[in-house]
Every structure is written in structure tokens, then in C-alpha cells.
Design a protein around this ligand. Sequence first.
Ligand SMILES: N[C@@H](CCC(=O)N[C@@H](CS)C(=O)NCC(=O)O)C(=O)O
Length: 281
Amino acid sequence: MPTVVSTYTGDETVVFAISASQYCHKVLNALDHLKLPHKVVLVKLTGLKTDLEPPHTVPQIRWKGTLYTDSGEFVEKLGEDYPPVYPKEHAATIKDIDTFTGRYNAYPLYFGLWVDEGLVLSYLPHIVSELGLGYLPNFLTSNILKLALSGARKEKRQVARKMLNNGVISESNGYDKKEIAALEETLIADTRKLDAYFQSDYQQWVVAGTSEPTAADFQMRGILEKMIGTNGDSGVIGCTPWLWEKAKAPRLQQWFDRMVSQLPLVYHGKFKDYQAKTIGS
Ligand SMILES: N[C@@H](CCC(=O)N[C@@H](CS)C(=O)NCC(=O)O)C(=O)O
């Protein structure tokens, strides 16, 4: 069976995306920052296996006739044409930040899927709208979906446990408020570590010494959208809206607000909105 992705064969840049994915945010940020024209094709959560090519994850990107199935590899490739998004002299720092934020990614899994408040605030409305169940009363969809998702929630909680590997999430799957409070503490500590990438109030971008956003800004912004943002026009609210208040990370917050206002995340109705930027212009 041909996939949706395989039906695109031309040279235009196409991003196959789910609008609440941090890695999709990262790719759109990079393309938007460079003002590179692109089309966004939205994939349904239920269409990952049928619409996408292996490994059936989003984003998948057609760029200059080649398909990329990893956001990191794609942004690094973009850097060959537009060096400031992946400056070679900062490649090691960008990779370090990638590793740290990749681990930090366990928090949206835990707080957005495992913790009831986060699930109800963040992912459930998205799933309800994808399934076209918006006409049902909230309590009904909420209870049915919580039940339907119980296997996936346990699975993601265990994925988060392995990613963080900090001894806080237990191997058993009991719903434990003490565990949630303890993980809140490590989330706050790790968010302060993100804040520490900003060495002064004047550092504009995540990697010190850069004069415009790089792959590290795009990656970090994508993940924070899941915690405290709005995920652009996707309508998915971040799962820990209290994060800034508790973490007290003013430089990170200031940078995040700047990224949001300078590079709005637009998924819907986005086609060839931009003129391609020519190198050196
Ligand atoms: N390393 C990949 C990770 C992509 C990824 O894990 N995407 C998630 C969404 S944020 C996904 O598609 N998950 C679906 C699944 O694993 O079934 C990248 O950076 O592109």
C-alpha cells in the first residue's frame, strides 16, 4: 500500500506533521526562521502506521527531493545550506543540548499523559477533537478515554522512567501523588538547568555566542511548548501551566516568550506563504 508520504514526489518542501509534536515544532521553527516555503500535511494520530514511512514517527520531511525521517538529521542537513542554524563551531554544544532536552522530553510524557490534571488539560481535548467526539459531554469522553488510554499511559510512564533514570518513577504502575510531587521537584531542577544555558540577561539565544537561533533553540522551544506553551495553532495547551511560577527561570521564560512572538507555530492552512531566503541576503 502506498503511504500518503510516498504520493509526494516533487521538489517542494513538505512537512508531514502532527500539530502537537515537539519535533514537528522544531522543524517548522527552522523553516520559518529561514523563511523557506513549505507545505504542512497533517497526519492523524491514528494514521502513523499507514500514512508515514518507517519508522512511522513525525515529522517526516521532503526536502530537495529526499525524505528525512528524523528532525535532528534534517535540521543538521539544513545547516549545510544555512550554516547559522547549525554552526559547526557550536556543534558539540548543540549535541549536548539535544541530549539534555531529549531526556527532558520524559516530562511531557509523564505530566501530559500519566498525571490526571495534565492529561485532561492537554492531550484529552486534542484526542477528542481528532476522534470527532466533541459533541459528547466532557465527563463522558474524559472517563471513556482515560479508560481507553490506560495501557498507553502506563507504557509512556515506563518510557519516562527509563528516559529520566533518576529513581523517582517506580516500576509499578500505581497512581501515587508522592511520586508526582517528587517528579515535580526534578522537573523544576531540570528546568533551572535549561535556564542556566543563558549566562547573562543579554544572551539572546540558547547557545552562547550565536547571533540568531540555532537547532538548539528550535529543539528546546519545541519541548517547552508541550509543558507551558499553546503548541501554536494546534489548540493543545501545555501540561504544566504552573511551570514558570514554580521553576523561577526568568531568562528561559524571557527567551521562550521571544521565540513564541518571533516564530509563531502555524500548522493549519499553511502553504507557500514565504519567499525563499537567498543565502547572504
Ligand atoms: N528522533 C525523532 C523522534 C520523532 C518522534 O518520536 N516523534 C513522535 C511524536 S513527538 C512520534 O511520532 N511518536 C509516535 C510513535 O512513536 O508511535 C525525530 O527527532 O524526528
